[in-house]
Design a protein around this ligand. Structure first.
Ligand SMILES: C[S@@+](CC[C@H](N)C(=O)[O-])C[C@H]1O[C@@H](n2cnc3c(N)ncnc32)[C@H](O)[C@@H]1O
Length: 338
């Protein structure tokens, strides 16, 4: 039996209690194998409803390895999955898609629906972006938002496909604003809204983070030396009861640079100012090399310096489908109460 087969078998056994719990919670999207922590670095296997999504980041899987892995998952979960294999190794060169195993059946590439916390989410095996449409390590944070949104105005920053916004709408938020600069990501967010027709409609703002959050916070929009700023949508200064800040590790735009390692403050400061005096800010940092202790200290210090000290903080950890042997998961999420 191969090392991968054994590693996958152990991963499945470890997840059995969690999987049962997730099914009871009407969730069928979860990680089945988190290779970096479970014996095969650079390999992940996720379930998204009827789809089994295998991704390799370091080494391409052979046909046999892939088939064996898929068979093992189907057997363990007693279900026939639609297999999609996305090889993201070797500078993202895609593999030989003339082989039907690598190409995926047409049914696997159709628009599908996955469930999480009783909500429907769009699932698409391949699309313009590389990442799946729902980040699974954020499931517990979405669950927390669903539990704590009743009656609140909610601002979802770097909204991507608006999973957090949807959780807030399902939790009874009185208003949900999703903000992202990528039209395609917000379009999936709108699809997610339509897939849950009983929920109140959400709002979608397509804008760069920096001008939008600085206007909401009542801060000036900095002009870069000698450079004219592109036009941006105008927004009035205002605060939200609940703000969710989950930026990418690094991204550059005409308005500024998102850099979680060197400059979390420039993201955090306006987000704090756009949070109501007695409101809640949930913020994330997904950089593995930043420790929770260091980042938390930075975050708390920034709030104090702004004259908005944090009254109480709490950490939300990813669920057991994202194990971390050292207890330091890359995705760190803090709930800050002011
Ligand atoms: C890692 S995703 C965030 C995940 C998301 N919070 C979720 O719940 O799944 C990063 C998102 O940030 C957006 N983004 C990156 N830079 C941005 C900027 N300067 N302004 C607005 N959105 C930005 C991208 O379009 C992408 O949707």
């Amino acid at each position: 039996m191969s090392a991968l087969t054994l590693a996958l078998r152990a991963a499945m056994a470890n997840r059995q209690p969690l999987i049962e719990q997730l099914h009871q919670q009407q969730t069928d999207c979860y990680r089945l194998f988190h290779g970096s922590q479970e014996g095969a670095g650079g390999l992940t296997v996720d379930r998204y409803g009827d789809q089994l999504l295998v991704q390799s980041f370091h080494q391409t899987l052979s046909r046999d390895e892939l088939l064996q892995l898929a068979e093992q998952c189907c057997e363990q979960l007693d279900k026939q999955f639609l297999l999609v294999y996305n090889d993201r190794s070797q500078g993202n060169s895609r593999i030989d898609r003339s082989d039907p195993i690598y190409a995926a059946e047409p049914a696997a590439l159709e628009d599908l629906v996955g469930r999480e916390w009783g909500l429907n989410y769009r699932v698409r095996g391949r699309h313009a972006g590389q990442d799946p449409l729902l980040f699974l390590d954020l499931r517990n944070a979405r669950g927390w938002i669903k539990e704590h949104s009743a009656g609140k105005s909610v601002l979802n920053l770097f909204a991507y496909t608006c999973g957090v916004g949807l959780a807030a709408a399902a939790g009874g938020a009185r208003e949900v604003v999703n903000l992202d600069f990528a039209e395609g990501n917000l379009a999936v967010g709108k699809e997610n809204g339509l897939l849950n027709p009983t929920l109140p409609p959400m709002q979608f703002v397509q804008s760069d983070y920096f001008p939008a959050i600085r206007q909401l916070a009542g801060l000036p929009i900095a002009q870069r030396r000698g450079q004219k700023l592109p036009s941006y949508i105008r927004m009035a200064q205002r605060q939200f009861d609940l703000v969710f800040l989950d930026p990418p590790a690094w991204a550059k735009s005409a308005f500024g640079t998102v850099d979680l390692l060197r400059d979390y403050q420039s993201l955090l400061k306006p987000a704090i100012l756009a949070t109501a005096e007695d409101g809640v800010l949930v913020c994330c940092n997904n950089l593995a090399k930043v420790s929770l202790a260091d980042w938390r200290e930075q975050v708390l210090r920034c709030a104090t310096k702004l004259g908005r000290p944090v009254r109480e903080w709490q950490q939300i950890e990813p669920a057991a489908d994202f194990p971390s042997s050292d207890g330091q998961p890359p995705l760190k999420t803090l709930v800050l109460r002011f």
